[in-house]
Design a protein around this ligand. Structure first.
Ligand SMILES: *Cc1c(COP(=O)(O)O)cnc(C)c1O
Length: 388
């Protein structure tokens, strides 16, 4: 009997060790892990550079209060700003905290310029921004909010891709539009660059803020540091988490100086957010991702992966409906429910995870090797050939 609550549907496998793209189970099996903790282990399991960084910092200093200057955090914030639209950063410990902080920053900005009634956030119906009370209501998902009322007010919704409903839903009470640049849980749905451009234009015209949730798609996952970069637009606020910690719980909200002006002393805080241990790991992750050629390699490998999957789609058009995604954030959409297919991949020692719309999410580490992708393709092809 487990003393853990039953809120997860856990597979009956546990792991004793991980290295790079591979996981080793307690019963002696070796798995190719293309879940990586859901896009968290951006550099794979037990990356030697991260192991060194965390060991080194753990002997010096783990935690001090944000009542003091934390040099490791100053460094990480400066590096994130330098590589992006952002002027300022607030560190958190998770994605939901980062998106919730993003909502706070948006509301606080309008409050600080004397428009406190401009406080509603417009989101995509059935999106995913985390599991706190505010962020479940931001998702507009019936399943995630069921039984958790009273409803947290302040969120409106439009349908993904419905430009008319988006425009109609913006009122004089709207403070910001918040969308995932690539919908992760929702089925790996990419917002095309021209839509991002249009979205920025609408936000400018209506004088509202643009929040792009890059918790899953950011930090190199798309092949660019941020998934919105190809569109050339600048968002106002961007929450990040997952990949930036490489497996250590770490989140952040990035913002431009216009909105940061609202975040005055005492307006927000977090006990753990930005402690020296977390910051050292974050810096070590960036050491690798900012290395010359790292992101170019992600692009190159992902191009190969997508083209191989598209070949499979041609070979098995009755099974595979669409290959979705960008970079190493890949969705294999099936015509039918994907549960059995995911189990068959697992039986063949390839770990993948579901998303909405019959999608199988494939999330290798960003430093995956080409031969590991080849192995994955071989397994997927084998499962396609026997799948009923
Ligand atoms: C995972 C995720 C979150 C929530 O992150 P947690 O660390 O689980 O709180 C928020 N937004 C997006 C887009 C995510 O994928």
């Amino acid at each position: 009997m487990s003393a853990l609550a039953k809120n997860y549907n856990r597979r009956k496998i546990s792991f004793k060790r991980g290295k790079g793209s591979f996981l080793y189970s307690t019963n002696g099996e070796k798995y190719l892990d293309f879940i990586q903790g859901i896009a968290v282990n951006s550099l794979g399991h037990t990356n030697s550079h991260l192991v060194k960084a965390i060991n080194k910092q753990s002997k010096k200093l783990w935690h001090v209060s944000n009542a003091f200057i934390i040099p490791e955090g100053e460094k990480l914030a400066a590096r994130l700003s330098k590589k992006s639209f952002a002027d300022f950063v607030i560190f958190q410990n998770s994605g939901a905290e980062a998106t919730e902080a993003a909502i706070k920053v948006a509301r606080r900005y309008f409050y600080s310029i004397g428009q406190p009634k401009k406080n509603r956030i417009l989101c995509v119906k059935n999106s995913f921004h985390g599991r706190t009370l505010a962020t479940i209501y931001a998702s507009g998902s019936k399943k995630m909010t069921e039984g958790f009322g009273p409803k947290v007010d302040g969120f409106d919704h439009f349908k993904f891709g419905d430009h008319i409903s988006l425009k109609k839903s913006i009122t004089d009470k709207t403070a910001a539009v918040m969308v995932e640049t690539v919908m992760g849980e929702g089925g790996i749905k990419v917002i095309p660059d021209w839509c991002l451009k249009g979205l920025r234009k609408i936000c400018n015209e209506k004088k509202i803020l643009l929040i792009l949730d890059e918790v899953q798609c950011g930090i190199g996952r798309s092949g660019n540091f941020f998934a919105f970069e190809n569109s050339k637009i600048k968002p106002d606020i961007v929450p990040i988490a997952k990949g930036i910690g490489g497996g250590f719980p770490l989140g952040a909200v990035l913002m431009n100086k216009k909105v940061a002006a609202g975040m005055t002393i005492g307006s927000h805080g977090s006990t753990f957010g930005g402690n020296p241990l977390a910051m050292s790991v974050g810096n070590a992750v960036l050491d690798q991702i900012f290395k010359r050629g790292f992101l170019a390699n992600v692009k190159k490998l992902s191009k190969y992966f997508h083209s191989e999957l598209n070949k499979l789609k041609v070979e098995y058009p009755k099974i595979i409906k669409e290959v979705r995604g960008v970079g190493l954030l890949i969705g294999l959409q099936l015509h039918n429910d994907q549960t059995k297919f995911i189990q068959e991949l697992l039986d063949n020692k390839l770990l993948t995870i579901r998303a909405a719309e019959n999608v199988i999410r494939i999330l290798p580490p960003l430093n995956v090797k080409k031969k590991e992708i080849k192995t994955a393709i071989k397994i997927i092809r084998k499962v396609c050939s026997t799948h009923k």
